[in-house]
Design a protein around this ligand. Structure first.
Ligand code: SAM
Length: 245
């Protein structure tokens, strides 16, 4: 499924690097990376989130997004849930530059100041609370939800382990870990397109690959989460909600 990748052209990466060095606080169009899939999947993801986020969280809660990528989801979700504060993050400097540029657009367009500057957060780090976004300082836990779209299959399994363990540390009791992406169920792919996507991921990196929902649920159970609630979304993707007990 090509739907799940972010393919920033190399020159965009270079431009973003160049610009983030030279223009702190000023954002050029080249910094804004674009992943077309986000335009297609953002509404179904927002609908799945709306079904699971309690009304009081939608009215005033705080969400940490891990692996925000281009920042297009963060921008859309911050606008879709104006009562919540959305904290994006990504370990890649070019992605954080893109997120920051979209955030500047959001503020300039008169959007509510509910989209925080991106944090430098790698899910495999033990110390999520040490992740910082100068000059705004460290992560301000606890959160009502942790959201992660399209990351655990495009990273080694250690990233899934770190994500679940980190989410358990930063979530309030009753908060939820939300995942979106392709999953195997009962050890089997749910569609031929997912099987082909899995093969292409493994060809790029043998440590990557579409994960078994049951294996992720086992990690989550060990970290103190309830059994997953699952919604089937378009293009053979799942939205999954693990509530912290
Ligand atoms: C395919 S992109 C998905 C981006 C976005 N969530 C989306 O759905 O469009 C995968 C993202 O995972 C991030 N990533 C990879 N390894 C990570 C890790 N260990 N911790 C956090 N993010 C990671 C990458 O930097 C990239 O932004």
């Amino acid at each position: 499924m090509s739907d799940n990748s972010i393919p920033p052209p190399e020159n965009a990466r270079e431009n973003a690097r160049e610009n983030s060095r030279e223009k702190s606080g000023d954002f050029s169009p080249e910094m804004r990376l674009h992943a077309p899939a986000t335009q297609r999947n953002r509404l179904p993801i927002a609908q799945a989130l709306a079904a699971w986020l309690p009304p009081e969280v939608q009215a005033g809660g705080r969400v940490l997004e891990v692996a925000s990528g281009t920042g297009e989801h963060a921008l859309y979700f911050a606008a879709s849930f104006p009562g919540m504060t959305w904290q994006p993050s990504d370990p890649e400097p070019v992605h954080r530059a893109s997120i920051a540029a979209y955030r500047a657009d959001h503020l300039e367009a008169g959007g509510r100041d509910n989209l925080a500057p991106p944090l430098d957060l790698d899910a495999t780090r033990e110390d999520w609370l040490g992740a910082t976004s100068p000059p705004d300082g460290p992560v301000d836990a606890p959160f009502d939800a942790v959201v992660c779209c399209n990351m655990i299959h495009i990273a080694p399994w250690a990233a899934a382990e770190g994500l679940v363990a980190g989410a358990a540390r930063v979530l309030k009791p009753g908060g939820g870990l939300f995942l979106y992406g392709p999953f195997k169920r009962g050890g089997a792919h749910t569609a031929p397109s997912n099987e082909a996507f899995d093969a292409s991921l493994r060809a790029q990196n043998p440590a990557w690959g579409v994960r078994d929902l049951e294996a992720v649920a086992e990690l989550a159970a060990r970290a103190g989460f309830a059994a997953p609630q699952v919604a089937e979304l378009p293009a053979n993707n799942l939205a999954v909600w693990f509530e912290k007990q």
